[in-house]
Ligand binder design. Structure first.
Ligand SMILES: NC(=O)c1ccc[n+]([C@@H]2O[C@H](COP(=O)([O-])OP(=O)(O)OC[C@H]3O[C@@H](n4cnc5c(N)ncnc54)[C@H](OP(=O)(O)O)[C@@H]3O)[C@@H](O)[C@H]2O)c1
Length: 314
C-alpha cells in the first residue's frame, strides 16, 4: 500500500503534533484520490489536537490539491483537476481520499492557498448566514469577527445586501473587520455596544458566555441567533424575559457536520470558489508556512497569535 506523510497527534512530540509516513487508504468508488498542495487550520480541530485528542488521532478538515485518481463511479472532477475539499478528519496529509460530494473544482485564478481556507470557515459562515432567510436589507451582527469564520461571515453578509455590524475584542483587529466590509465595528469582550445601531434579524455568535447573553438581548422580532462557537465560555446566563418578549426570537445551535448531510459541501464550496474567482470574496490569509511547521503554527493559532487563516503548503 502506498505511504504518504500525514500529521498525527503524538503526546511525546514537541507541540503534540508529528508528521509520519502513513498508509494511504484506497479510495471507495465515490471518492477521488487527491494529492494535497495546501491545508488550512481551524480553531476547533487545533483545540482538540492540542488538548483532548488521543495519540494517533489524525486531524485535518480543509485541503486543496490535484485529483490524482478520479472516483471509480465516474462522478466528480477528472484526474488532473485542481480542487478544494473537506474531510471529517485526516486532511493534513500529502494524499487523501475525498468523497466527490465534498469536492469542488478550482478556476485557474483561485490559488491552492486561497481555496484551502474555504471548507470549514467558508461553509460555516455561508450556511449559518442562510439560517433565517434572505439577507437583503436585513440587519446582521457577527461576533468573533476577527477570526476565520467571522471574517468570511462579514464579507458574505455584506455581499448578500445586509447592514452588517462586526464585533471584535481587540482594537488592533478593528481594521480587519472594516476591510471585510462591516458598516460598523464595535470593540470589547462582549458586543452590547452594538445595540446603538438597533436590533438584529440575524446574529452570528461564536464567542459564548457574556457575548451570547448580550446577543440574545439584541434580536429583533423574528430574529435568530445562530450559535456556532464558544471561543470564550460555554456557559451563559441570559435574560429569559427579555428574549421571550422580543417575539419570535430563536436560538439555533449550528454544527457544520449536522448541516452537511442535507447541504453538501460540494455545493457550498463551488459557490464560495466562484465568489473568490470573481473577486467578491477575499480569504484573509495571515500566515503561510511549509507543512513541516504544523506544530508551531497550530500552537500559535491556539494561543490567538493569528488573526484570520493560517495555510500550510505541501
Ligand atoms: N459549529 C461549527 O460547526 C463550527 C465551525 C467552525 C468553527 N466553529 C467555532 O467557531 C469559533 C470560531 O472559529 P474560527 O475558526 O473562526 O476561530 P479563530 O479564527 O480562532 O477566531 C476566533 C475568534 O473568536 C475571538 N475570541 C476568542 N476568544 C475570545 C474571547 N475570550 N472573547 C472575545 N472574543 C474571543 C477571536 O478574537 P481575537 O482575534 O481577538 O483572538 C476571534 O475573532 C471557534 O470557537 C470554533 O470552534 C464552529
Amino acid at each position: 500500500m502506498e505511504q504518504a506523510r500525514a500529521v498525527i497527534v503524538d503526546s511525546q512530540a514537541a507541540g503534540r503534533l508529528a508528521i509520519r509516513p502513513m498508509p494511504v487508504r484506497a479510495p471507495l468508488p465515490f471518492q477521488a484520490l487527491v494529492r494535497v498542495k495546501a491545508i488550512s487550520l481551524n480553531l476547533g480541530e487545533v483545540r482538540r489536537a492540542l488538548t483532548a485528542a488521543e495519540a494517533g488521532w489524525r486531524p485535518g478538515w480543509d485541503l486543496a490539491g490535484v485529483v490524482e485518481q478520479a472516483a471509480a463511479d465516474g462522478s466528480g472532477p477528472p484526474a488532473g483537476a485542481r480542487v478544494v475539499g473537506f474531510l471529517a478528519g485526516g486532511a493534513w496529509a500529502e494524499a487523501a481520499a475525498v468523497p466527490v460530494n465534498a469536492l469542488a473544482q478550482l478556476p485557474d485564478n483561485v490559488s491552492f492557498a486561497q481555496a484551502a481556507t474555504l471548507p470549514v470557515a467558508g461553509l460555516t459562515a455561508l450556511y449559518a448566514l442562510e439560517q433565517n432567510g434572505a439577507l437583503l436589507g436585513r440587519r446582521v451582527l457577527v461576533t468573533g469577527a476577527s477570526g476565520g469564520v467571522g471574517h468570511l461571515a462579514v464579507e458574505l453578509a455584506r455581499q448578500a445586501g445586509a447592514f452588517v455590524v462586526a464585533a471584535v475584542r481587540r482594537p488592533e483587529r478593528e481594521k480587519h473587520a472594516q476591510l471585510a466590509g462591516a458598516h460598523h465595528v464595535v470593540v470589547g469582550e462582549e458586543p452590547s455596544s452594538a445595540s446603538r445601531f438597533g436590533r438584529y434579524d440575524l446574529i452570528i455568535e461564536s464567542v459564548g458566555g457574556g457575548s451570547l447573553a448580550a446577543a440574545l438581548k439584541m434580536l429583533a422580532p423574528g430574529g435568530m441567533c445562530v450559535l456556532l462557537g464558544v471561543s470564550s465560555a460555554s456557559e451563559a446566563s441570559f435574560d429569559a424575559a427579555s428574549f421571550m418578549r422580543t417575539g419570535g426570537a430563536s436560538l439555533y445551535g449550528f454544527i457544520l457536520f449536522h448541516e452537511l448531510p442535507h447541504r453538501p459541501a460540494a455545493d457550498g464550496l463551488a459557490r464560495l470558489v466562484a465568489m473568490v474567482a470573481a473577486g467578491r470574496l477575499h480569504p484573509q490569509i495571515e500566515l503561510e508556512a511549509p507543512f513541516e511547521q504544523i506544530a508551531e503554527v497550530a500552537n500559535k493559532l491556539y494561543s490567538r497569535g493569528i488573526a484570520g487563516k493560517a495555510v500550510l503548503h505541501l
